[in-house]
Design a protein around this ligand. Structure first.
Ligand code: FES
Ligand code: FES
Length: 203
């Protein structure tokens, strides 16, 4: 049987209590001398409206938003960039796709505030300066739309796919487009348009 002072246990109850008391004294000393570290004040937003600046298609644009305003609403209602479509408004269709630092995001699931400091690209950028982007030309050439409602989101996701992969395979296209829904079922022709652009078509 072991006792509180049994050497096999390595310490006794008395030494443990002594150690605890010493640690408390040392801790109290630290508390007394260490300067108080106040956490930095976080930036406060809301309630109410705030003016923010978003870098969109290479231009700085000011827009007034609430903290809850989505990027989609800021673009459509605040800046009149209506290319991105508000269809499901819950991240299910991809019709609102824009690029945030080159990555496709659902504008309806992204807060406008989260776009501050990022490079935002919308479908309007593909006709800037009177030039039509080859991908848009390929969508028209391949007849890659019927009602056209999904098309702006499809174009932006296709653009990100091309930028990321260069010459994507059909499987890679299907993977990248999997968040975009086309109720008219034009997926095959959209892939034709991506393939044509990757092969230099539309230039
Ligand atoms: S409107 Fe954003 S995913 Fe449908
Ligand atoms: S072309 Fe009609 S939903 Fe895609």
């Amino acid at each position: 049987m072991t006792t509180p002072t049994d050497p096999r246990r390595g310490f006794s109850r008395r030494s443990f209590l002594k150690g605890t008391a010493a640690a408390s004294v040392a801790g109290a000393g630290l508390t007394a001398t260490a300067p108080a570290l106040a956490p930095p004040e976080p930036a406060k937003f809301g309630p109410g409206e705030h003016e923010i600046t978003l870098a969109i298609n290479g231009e700085n644009r000011k827009v007034t938003v609430e903290t809850r305003t989505t990027l989609l609403d800021a673009l459509r209602d605040g800046l009149d960039l209506t290319g991105c479509k508000k269809i499901c408004d819950r991240g299910a269709c991809g019709g609102c796709t824009v690029l945030l630092d080159g990555e496709p995001v659902n504008g309806c699931l992204t807060l406008a505030m989260d776009g501050v400091g990022a490079e935002i690209t919308t479908v309007e950028s593909l006709t800037q300066g009177g030039e039509v982007h080859p991908l848009l030309e390929s969508f028209a050439h391949c007849d890659a739309m019927q009602c056209g409602f999904c098309t702006p989101g499809m174009v932006m996701t296709s653009l990100a796919c091309l930028n990321r992969r260069g010459k994507p395979t059909r499987a890679q296209m299907a993977h990248d487009l999997s968040g975009n829904i086309c109720r008219c079922g034009t997926y095959g022709r959209i892939m034709d348009a991506i393939e044509r652009t990757a092969n230099g078509g539309g230039r």
